[in-house]
Design a protein around this ligand. Structure first.
Ligand code: G6P
Length: 474
């Protein structure tokens, strides 16, 4: 049935749903656990909005469908698109380049061609469905050309872009053979949002140097009179939702069960990450292994749970990382474990929100030590579940979250001795000290949740450009 044209459209590489098969074989869609959909669902409902994205399978065309009050518009990707646009340019070129070249970015012209081709497909679909004067919000590094392409097709639209990952220092960004095209792609937006002020400044400086436009503070002045604003909007989580979930009797019982299964140690340390080389897993595991080997913590007293969620498994650097971590965990457990006493519980799997909440509740020390991270929402989720003000957060200085979570045990993850020292401090901290810190962390996270993020961005986007005197209430 034809639907009215939406006046609010989200474009992201992925649709906010996962396909699941029920026990009786029925195929269903389930809302993904991510925070973005939680924030945008109410806005989508209010405006009869649509979400354009890929549904996660290659070579499959699906019709638009409705799910949980949202209109979802699937974009098909061929197997070649998946290899060249998603695994290639997005995740083997841009991802490592934007994360300070922790892995070496690969530059291939065919991947770039696929990136252009697929970005155009997303832009065309949005141009086709959006109502006159609609607000379109483009998400993340996979779709940086969409703002410009969309503006060329539909100058009437109000276009926002948000980058969820870091934007690299100008010296690194210059490596990209298509640096100018991407900057121009982003300049198609009225408002370009970043996680950190430094990222927005990197962008402005590059636009001045590489594209030659006039800039002043956070504004770019284009020759046609249009202006583009580049600012920071640190993303957050559905803090109250997480807290509520973690207070349920089921989650609390499960948390107790988790501790019990570890032999009720005094201290449980926890890491939860996508299995990604940006997350600093080897450094963290090595530091913990050394604490045990040095006799600074006792195996009976302390256990480490590391969850690594499978991610981008066909991309080379991810395959290598998986083997490395398997080897490292095996070596550490083999060297310092005893019968019935495995120091690191390593699980390569993904878990539903309830189980994550139970793990957060079971953990005394949360260890979040990425080498580079746009924000890191795991750190914020942990805090949201600590309603009793207990628990400590060890957090990398190189996670965007460190700018807000100043009372965490902040650490440079490259410095293994420093990491050991901070982990030890967090393990041995008094109840008074941890609760003093946690109170402050909780104030920050509970007051700055994902609704606020979406509201701030959309309010600024409305103010930035009002082509038809229409405003979209966030
Ligand atoms: C990061 C990116 C997202 C991406 C997610 C999962 O958070 O910023 O855009 O969706 O990782 O990665 P995947 O490649 O599975 O979509």
């Amino acid at each position: 049935m034809p639907r009215e044209q939406p006046d609010f459209v989200v474009i992201a590489n992925r649709l906010p749903v996962d396909r699941v098969t029920s026990p009786d074989g029925e195929v269903l869609w389930r809302t993904s656990p991510g925070g973005l959909v939680t924030a945008l669902e109410p806005v989508m409902r209010r405006h009869d909005g649509a979400w354009i994205g890929w549904h996660g399978a290659a070579d499959e065309k699906l019709r638009p469908f409705d799910h949980a009050g949202m209109h979802l518009v699937p974009i098909p990707l061929t197997e070649d698109d998946v290899q060249e646009y998603y695994e290639g340019f997005s995740n083997a070129t841009l991802w490592p380049l934007y994360h300070d070249v922790i892995a070496a970015p690969e530059y291939h012209r065919e991947w770039w061609d696929a990136y252009v081709r697929v970005n155009r497909r997303f832009a065309k679909k949005a141009a086709q469905i959006a109502a006159e004067g609609a607000t379109v919000w483009v998400q993340d590094y996979q779709l940086q050309l969409v703002p410009q392409m969309l503006r060329a097709l539909r100058p009437d639209l109000r276009i926002g872009f948000f980058l969820h990952i870091p934007f690299p220092p100008t010296e690194l960004y210059q490596q990209l053979p298509w640096r100018r095209e991407i900057l121009e792609g982003l300049l198609g937006a009225d408002l370009v949002g970043f996680q950190a002020p430094g990222a927005a400044q990197n962008f402005i400086r590059l636009v001045r140097q590489r594209v030659g436009h006039k800039t002043h503070r956070d504004t770019v002045y284009l020759p046609d009179g249009r202006t583009v604003l580049a600012k920071a909007y640190p993303i957050s989580i559905d803090a109250e939702g997480f807290e509520t979930l973690s207070r349920t009797p089921e989650v609390q019982a499960r948390a107790a069960e988790i501790r019990e299964s570890l032999g009720n140690p005094e201290t449980v340390l926890l890491g939860i990450d996508r299995l990604d080389y940006t997350k600093g897993l080897p450094q963290r595991l090595r530091a913990f292994g050394e604490l045990v080997a040095d006799g600074l913590v006792q195996l009976d007293d302390v256990k480490f749970i590391q969850i690594a969620t499978p991610s981008r498994e066909r991309v080379n650097s991810y395959k290598l990382l998986r083997d490395n971590i398997n080897q490292l965990v095996g070596r550490i457990n083999g060297d310092i474990g005893r019968i019935g006493q495995q120091p690191i519980q390593y699980l390569h799997a993904s878990y539903p929100r309830e189980e994550m909440a139970a793990m957060y509740r079971a953990a005394d020390v949360m260890v979040v030590t990425p080498l580079r991270d746009g924000m890191n929402l795991v750190a914020k989720e942990y805090i949201a579940t600590r309603w009793d003000n207990r628990g400590a957060l060890v957090l990398s200085e190189f996670a965007g979250a460190a700018a807000e979570l100043k009372q965490a045990y902040l650490v440079n993850p490259h410095d293994i001795n420093g990491l050991k020292q901070k982990m030890l401090e967090a393990i041995n901290a008094s109840g008074r000290e941890t609760s003093r810190r946690m109170k402050a962390l909780r104030k920050q996270v509970m007051e700055n949740d994902i609704d606020r993020w979406a509201n701030d961005f959309l309010t600024e986007l409305n103010a930035q450009r009002d082509p038809h005197g229409k405003t979209t209430r966030p």
